[in-house]
Design a protein around this ligand. Structure first.
Ligand SMILES: [Zn+2]
Length: 264
């Protein structure tokens, strides 16, 4: 099921899955930002057929962002752009765990083109800001004149409780610091939706992660093990941890922070 709303001249397409998960795609100035997940394909095809666009910018390769890209490539013949580090992954058949295949569907392969440092939509130039940590090909898109930021999956929530095993909190923190150097206001997050003052919420997230890192390193220096630190700071494990068989876990927050410190 999808629901459309407008924020200035940005069309926000909110896709809601049967399991309650939400994923957004956005359309502005003839440019589509992300393509949702495979399970939303029939709803999104109707949207694509009723709306005009001539380019697609992908914030990263994950299946809930590239899920209908193959359909667009085949039927709309418009360029699909992604950071160069995502290109080979998108050309391959989907390789991600079964629980994600069930949750989002199975992404078909497609052939995107590499993004440059900027992207041109019909009337606007967008700055491509490389923001790894959640995915190694993750970018955010910034439009200076309107102060708009499409933040992909770099925000998601302020108080991060679990991350994927390939994510890194220190790298995410660096990406947040990079973004906070830009003069943006309205922010469009791929799962949490629209924020009028995006800078405020990104700052809150960075503050939370900085405090959390401090606590983790304190306990580590006191001799706590990684598992003990995890139990102290995250005593309740959300269901997602068992559903994902540990691909999502608070433990990865702890290990990524300690690892970066040990490597310094
Ligand atoms: Zn993602």
């Amino acid at each position: 099921m999808i629901h459309l709303s407008k924020r200035s001249d940005v069309t926000c397409v909110e896709g809601k899955l049967d399991n309650g998960q939400i994923v957004y795609i956005f359309l502005t100035d003839g440019m589509l930002i992300d393509t949702g997940c495979p399970h939303l394909e029939s709803d999104l095809i109707s949207f694509y057929n009723e709306h005009d666009f001539d380019s697609v910018a992908l914030t990263h390769h994950h299946e809930d962002h590239t899920g209908t890209a193959a359909w667009i490539q085949e039927h709309k013949k418009v360029p699909l752009l992604i950071h160069r580090k995502g290109i080979d992954i998108c050309k391959q058949p989907a390789q991600y765990p079964r629980y994600r295949q069930r949750a989002w569907g199975i992404r078909k392969e497609f052939s995107p083109l590499p993004m440059g440092e900027t992207i041109q939509s019909r009337n606007h130039t967008w700055e491509v800001i490389y923001t790894p940590g959640h995915a190694e090909d993750h970018v955010a898109l910034f439009h200076q004149e309107t102060g708009r930021l499409f933040s992909g999956d770099i925000y998601l929530s302020t108080r991060t409780k679990v991350i994927l095993d390939f994510e890194s909190i220190p790298i995410i923190m660096n990406s947040l610091k990079t973004l906070l150097c830009y003069d943006f206001g309205p922010m469009y997050c791929s799962h949490a939706g629209y924020f009028e003052d995006g800078k405020k919420v990104l700052k809150q997230k960075l503050d939370y992660l900085e405090n959390l890192s401090g606590e983790i390193l304190n306990l580590y220096r006191q001799g706590y093990t990684v598992n003990e630190i995890d139990q102290v700071l995250f005593p309740k494990k959300p269901l997602l941890v068992s559903i994902s068989q540990g691909e999502f876990d608070s433990l990865h927050i702890v290990t990524s922070i300690i690892k970066s410190q040990v490597m310094c």
